[in-house]
Design a protein around this ligand. Structure first.
Ligand SMILES: C[S@@+](CC[C@H](N)C(=O)[O-])C[C@H]1O[C@@H](n2cnc3c(N)ncnc32)[C@H](O)[C@@H]1O
Length: 233
C-alpha cells in the first residue's frame, strides 16, 4: 500500500475532510478545474447519461457533479456528503432531489434504487476503497453503472502534492490524502462484484496548461482517471 507521506514534497499542515472542506467551501468552485473531472467524464462511451433515471452522487460537495449530470439529461440525482458547508451550497444550487449528510461508505440511501452511482474527486480521501465499492454495489440496481473519477496516483506521487486549498489567511492547507494505485481500484471493485466496463485517464494537456501554465513540467502526466463499472450479478 502506498502512503502519501512517502511522496509529500509540500509539508502542508493537514486537516481532516470536514474541517478542510468546511474552510475551502467559499473558494472551492473557483479552484477546481473542470478539466480534472468533467472533461474526462465527457470522454466516456458509457454510461448513456440521458438514459439514467436515478443517480447517487457520492461526495456530492457543492453540486458540481450533480449539475453536470443534470445538464447531460440525468433525470434525478441524490447527493451524500460529509461536510455540512458543502451540502449547504449544493442545497442552494438546487439540482439534487435529495441531499443527505453522511459517509459515502454507509450512505443511508435506498438499496438497489440507482441505475448510476458516481463519485468524483473523493477517492483520495478514503483510507480504503473496498467499503466505497461495497456501498456503491448496495445502492445499485441490477445492470447499474458505477463511475469513479479519481485523483491519479501517478500525479500525487510525481507532484508530491496533496489535495489542498489556501485558507482565508493565505496558508496552504492539505486535506488528508491517500494514494490508491489503479490496481487498488481494480481489485476493490472486482472483489465488491463489479465488472469493469471502461477506463480513461486525463493527462496534463493544452487544456490543462491553458488554466495552469505552471504545470508545463507535468505535460503528458496522467492527473485523473475514470473507472466505469457495471453491476452484473
Ligand atoms: C473534491 S470534493 C468533490 C465534490 C464534487 N464531487 C465535485 O466534483 O466537485 C470532495 C467531497 O467529498 C466529500 N467527502 C470526502 N470524504 C467523504 C466521505 N467519506 N463521505 C462523504 N463525503 C466525503 C467532501 O466533504 C467533499 O465535499
Amino acid at each position: 500500500m502506498a502512503h502519501f507521506s512517502d511522496f509529500d514534497t509540500r509539508g502542508y499542515r493537514t486537516v481532516d475532510v470536514t474541517t478542510g472542506y468546511g474552510q475551502w467551501v467559499d473558494t472551492y468552485e473557483q479552484t477546481v478545474e473542470d478539466v480534472m473531472d468533467l472533461a474526462v467524464l465527457e470522454e466516456l462511451d458509457e454510461p448513456r447519461w440521458s438514459a439514467v433515471r436515478r443517480a447517487a452522487d457520492l461526495g456530492c460537495g457543492t453540486g458540481r457533479t450533480g449539475a453536470w449530470l443534470k445538464s447531460r439529461g440525468v433525470a434525478s440525482v441524490d447527493g451524500v456528503d460529509l461536510t455540512p458547508g458543502m451540502l449547504e451550497r449544493a442545497r442552494a444550487r438546487g439540482v439534487h432531489d435529495r441531499l443527505v449528510e453522511g459517509d459515502v461508505r454507509a450512505s443511508g440511501l435506498e438499496a438497489g434504487a440507482y441505475d448510476l452511482v458516481i463519485a468524483s474527486l473523493i477517492d483520495e480521501h478514503l483510507p480504503k476503497l473496498r467499503p466505497f465499492y461495497d456501498e456503491a454495489w448496495r445502492l445499485a440496481d441490477e445492470g447499474a453503472m458505477c463511475v469513479i473519477l479519481a485523483f491519479h496516483p501517478h500525479f500525487i506521487m510525481a507532484s508530491g502534492m496533496p489535495t489542498h486549498f489556501t485558507s482565508a489567511s493565505g496558508e496552504p492547507i492539505a486535506i488528508t490524502t491517500h494514494v490508491h494505485l489503479l490496481s487498488d481500484h481494480i481489485t476493490a471493485g472486482l472483489k465488491a462484484g463489479w465488472t469493469l466496463a471502461e477506463m480513461r485517464e486525463g493527462v496534463v494537456d493544452e487544456r490543462w496548461l491553458a488554466v495552469k501554465p505552471k504545470w508545463e513540467r507535468f505535460r503528458g502526466h496522467p492527473v485523473s482517471a475514470a473507472l466505469v463499472w457495471r453491476k452484473r450479478s
